[in-house]
Design a protein around this ligand. Structure first.
Ligand SMILES: *Cc1c(COP(=O)(O)O)cnc(C)c1O
Length: 426
């Protein structure tokens, strides 16, 4: 893939207002993960013995495909003609004017087919599954966005598709359950534990162990055992590569700040990664602060979390003193998970990316602001990134530029938001 390196060097650090944190510094020679899937002390492969050979096969196949021009051309072609890439970089003029600070650009992943960035990864993985001779895919889903993307691409490729979903989420996200079924997927409600995403992943892994010869597991974020965090990241690099090219063309400079919400962290790493070498580009990942940083009330792993192992990876997660996984809460189902992708843990240690959080209330305010000012209803997940942009932009100068990743559209959230906000039909 093309990765243009235009000759633009920006060193305006001295002209920054004092309250805007300066550049954290580039990561020259950043190479992660290592061959065994370690991102520094994080990542790795913590899975049952029965899955090791499947993960090794997948890694080998992926590394060959990654360097195969034909595979990459196919991937680019489906991204373009099926998913709708490149997505625009939109200058939010009225939001910028209202906040009286940095120029705000939105990377419009919300305009992709099925409504979020997730389809980038799904197309990549199902192309790979086809190359490996598999005919069936399985996936886990929380809010249903990853399930809908997987069901769509599976239908397009003529694959059999089963999606595991916590029984609580099946009830909360009825619309997406119907969408998946109309697309020909089988939706299996999972009734163990909290009956949400974590349990759905356990069930998908159980299915994979049993059917590994015919089945590929399409994991939905930069999480799990190696090679998933690396592979899913790579499939989302189109976000940051496009944004880099677009901002240089439209703003005539590199951005001063990138902001993205972080569930597992796939939309964030997709945007951030192609800028890691650019010393002047600061990056902030926004986690779900829920009802505030109190046990069980949020999903901000870098606030109340600690080092542990969950579902294949070593990383920051929310656990109690005995290592039991804590319940989590967020108004947005897509950010409501107890662990964060291992590469984010490393980037935080390296101080290359800052991590903060936005509460449910702040996200809902961001959701309404963007709808009313720019005519765009964002996903509640993306609204967390917007909430941080709204806090930060006024403290930046007018010649500074920020890019906010609008990871998805908010159609799926309209009912839920209306209920929380107390809106009546008339
Ligand atoms: C799933 C989802 C997320 C969270 O997943 P990441 O892997 O952190 O990107 C964010 N935004 C939207 C719209 C989603 O559907």
């Amino acid at each position: 893939m093309r990765n243009p390196r235009p000759k633009i060097h920006k060193s305006k650090a001295s002209s920054r207002p004092a309250e805007t944190p300066g550049p954290i510094g580039a990561l020259p020679g950043y190479q992660a993960p290592d061959a065994a899937g370690h991102f520094g002390p994080y990542g790795g492969r913590f899975v049952p013995e029965t899955l090791m050979s499947a993960l090794e096969d997948l890694t080998r196949e992926y590394l060959v495909a990654r360097d195969d021009r034909f595979f990459q051309r196919q991937f680019r072609d489906y991204l373009q003609k099926y998913a709708g890439r490149p997505t625009p970089l939109y200058f939010a003029a009225r939001l910028t004017e209202k906040l009286k600070g940095a120029q705000i650009f939105l990377k419009r992943e919300d305009l992709l087919h099925t409504g979020a960035h997730k389809i980038n990864n799904v197309i990549g993985q199902i192309l790979l599954a086809r190359r490996m001779g598999k005919k069936r895919v399985i996936a886990e889903t929380g809010a249903g966005q990853h399930g809908v993307a997987t069901a769509s691409v599976a239908a397009m490729f003529g694959f059999e598709c089963t999606v595991y979903m916590g029984a609580t989420d099946v009830q909360r996200q009825e619309l997406n359950v119907y969408r998946m079924r109309m697309l020909g997927a089988k939706v299996v409600p999972v009734t163990a534990g909290q009956q949400t995403l974590k349990e759905a992943i356990n069930e998908a892994m159980r299915d994979w162990v049993t059917n590994v010869r015919t089945t590929h597991y399409v994991l939905g974020t930069v999480y799990g055992a190696h090679p998933y965090p690396m592979m899913v990241r790579d499939f989302h690099l189109c976000i940051g590569r496009e944004a880099r090219e677009q901002v240089l063309l439209q703003a005539k400079q590199l951005p001063d700040l990138l902001i993205a919400c972080v569930g597992g962290g796939s939309n964030a790493i997709g945007l951030f990664y192609p800028f890691l070498q650019d010393a002047g580009v600061k990056m902030v990942g926004v986690e779900a602060g829920g009802e505030g940083i109190k046990p069980g009330k949020h999903a901000a792993r870098f606030q109340g979390g600690s080092l542990g192992v969950l579902q294949g990876a070593k990383t920051y997660l929310l656990q109690d003193a005995d290592g039991q996984i804590m319940p989590t809460h967020s108004v947005s189902a897509g950010l409501d998970y107890a662990a964060v992708g291992p590469e984010h843990s490393l980037l935080r240690d390296l101080k290359r990316v800052d991590y903060t959080y936005a509460t449910d209330k702040e996200a809902l305010a961001g959701f309404q602001t963007l709808a009313k000012i720019e005519g765009i209803i964002p996903a509640l997940e993306s609204a967390h990134a917007l909430a941080h942009a709204i806090k930060t932009a006024p403290r930046m100068k007018k010649d500074q530029v920020m890019i906010v990743n609008l990871s998805g559209r908010g159609d799926k959230d309209v009912y839920h938001a209306a209920k929380v906000l107390g809106l009546k039909p008339v």
